[in-house]
Write a protein of this length. Structure first.
Length: 336
C-alpha cells in the first residue's frame, strides 16, 4: 500500500461575517491522498471547493476560521501547529497551493527571478542568489519554460505563460502535495492544454508526489486525476475512481452535474443536456436533511427530515443519499 501523504478527518471550517454570522463552507470533510495518486474535487461555484483548498493547508486568515477536524501531512498533524510554524515548515515545503487567477499572483514591479528569490529565502534564508537562479533555471527548463522568463516582468508575459510561471514557482521547493485550484480557468484552449500538461508533468517527473486538482468542469478531471470527490453545499456527496464518477455517477447531483455539461468523451456525447433547477441552500442556515433535496427530482419527505451521511458501498466508493443504490439506478434507467 502506498504512503498516505495527506489525510483529512472531519475537517470543518467556516466564515464569520461582519455581522457575526457563520457560513458553514466546509462541513466534516474527510479524504486521503496517497503517494503517486491524484484526487479531483468537482462541483459548481460556491460549493466550497476553494475554501476546502485553503483549509487543507492549515493556515487561516479571517474571515475563514477552523472549527474542527484534523489535517495530517505525511504523518504530521498540522492543525495544532502555530501559524508561523505552518508557514515556515509546511507551506511550500510539504504542501503547496496554486490559487484561482494565479496569473495575477506575480508582482508587476518585480522580475520573475526576484519573486522566486522571495519565495525560497522565506523558507531557506541561507540560499544564495546564484543558487536560486541555478535552481530556478533548471526547474523551468524541466517544465518546458525558457530560463529567459526569469528575467522578465509579468507584464511581458501572456496569460498562459504567467500561469505556467506561477505553477513552476509554486513547486520550486518540490512539495509533496500540490493543490491546484482551477489552474486552467480563464485561459484559451491552447493555454489550458499547456497548463494541464504541465501539471501532469509535475507528477511524472517526481517534482510533486501527490496532486489535488479542483475544478467546476467534472469531465476535465478524466484527463488529470485518478479519483474524484464531488462537492455540494460544503459536503462531499460522492467519491470514487474517475471512471466510476464520470461514467457511472450514483448521487443525483453528480448525475445532474454530468448532464449539464457538453463533453467530448466517448460514451458521454449522447447524454441529453439538462439544467439543474433551483439554487444551492443558504450555508448560513443549512438544512438539517439532504442539502440537495430542494433541487432533486427523486426527493422524498424523509430526505428533508433526517441527517444524511455518506453511504460507503466498498472499495473507496461512497455517496450521500438515503435512497439505496439499486433504487437510484432503476430510477435513472426509467428516465431513459
Amino acid at each position: 500500500m502506498s504512503r498516505v501523504l495527506l489525510e483529512v478527518n472531519e475537517l470543518t471550517t467556516n466564515y464569520i461575517t461582519r455581522f457575526r454570522e457563520n457560513v458553514y463552507a466546509v462541513d466534516h470533510v474527510s479524504l486521503k491522498v496517497e503517494e503517486g495518486r491524484s484526487l479531483g474535487i468537482a462541483g459548481e461555484s460556491g460549493c466550497g471547493k476553494s475554501t476546502l483548498a485553503l483549509s487543507l493547508m492549515g493556515y487561516y486568515f479571517a474571515p475563514l476560521h477552523y472549527s474542527g477536524g484534523e489535517i495530517i501531512v505525511d504523518g504530521q498533524n498540522i492543525t495544532g501547529m502555530a501559524p508561523d510554524d505552518v508557514r515556515k515548515t509546511i507551506l511550500g515545503n510539504e504542501i503547496s497551493y496554486i490559487p484561482q487567477a494565479a496569473m495575477n499572483a506575480l508582482n508587476p514591479t518585480q522580475k520573475v527571478i526576484h519573486f522566486i528569490e522571495d519565495v525560497i529565502q522565506a523558507h531557506h534564508p541561507e540560499t544564495t542568489k546564484k543558487e536560486i537562479y541555478e535552481l530556478a533555471s533548471e526547474r523551468f527548463e524541466l517544465l518546458g519554460l525558457s530560463p529567459k522568463v526569469l528575467q522578465k516582468y509579468s507584464v511581458e508575459l501572456s496569460g498562459g505563460m504567467k500561469q505556467r510561471t506561477v505553477i513552476a514557482t509554486s513547486v520550486i521547493l518540490s512539495p509533496k502535495v500540490l493543490i491546484a485550484d482551477e489552474p486552467s480557468s480563464a485561459l484559451d484552449v491552447t493555454s489550458q492544454k499547456m497548463v494541464i500538461k504541465m501539471v501532469m508533468d509535475l507528477m511524472e517527473k517526481g517534482i510533486i508526489k501527490a496532486l489535488i486538482f479542483i475544478t467546476h468542469e467534472l469531465p476535465l478531471l478524466y484527463h488529470v486525476t485518478d479519483d474524484i470527490m464531488v462537492m455540494y453545499a460544503g459536503q462531499i456527496v460522492e467519491k470514487g475512481t474517475v471512471d466510476e464518477v464520470i461514467f457511472d455517477p450514483i448521487h443525483p447531483y453528480s448525475k445532474a452535474l454530468m448532464g449539464s455539461i457538453i463533453v467530448p468523451e466517448a460514451g458521454l456525447r449522447d447524454v441529453k443536456l439538462t439544467a439543474i433547477p433551483g439554487t444551492p441552500p443558504n450555508l448560513k442556515k443549512p438544512p438539517s436533511g439532504c442539502r440537495f433535496a430542494d433541487r432533486c427530482k427523486f426527493v422524498m419527505p424523509e430526505c428533508r427530515a433526517v441527517s444524511v451521511n455518506l453511504r460507503d458501498i466498498g472499495e473507496g466508493r461512497a455517496y450521500r443519499c438515503i435512497i439505496p443504490e439499486e433504487d437510484l439506478r432503476k430510477a435513472y434507467k426509467n428516465e431513459g
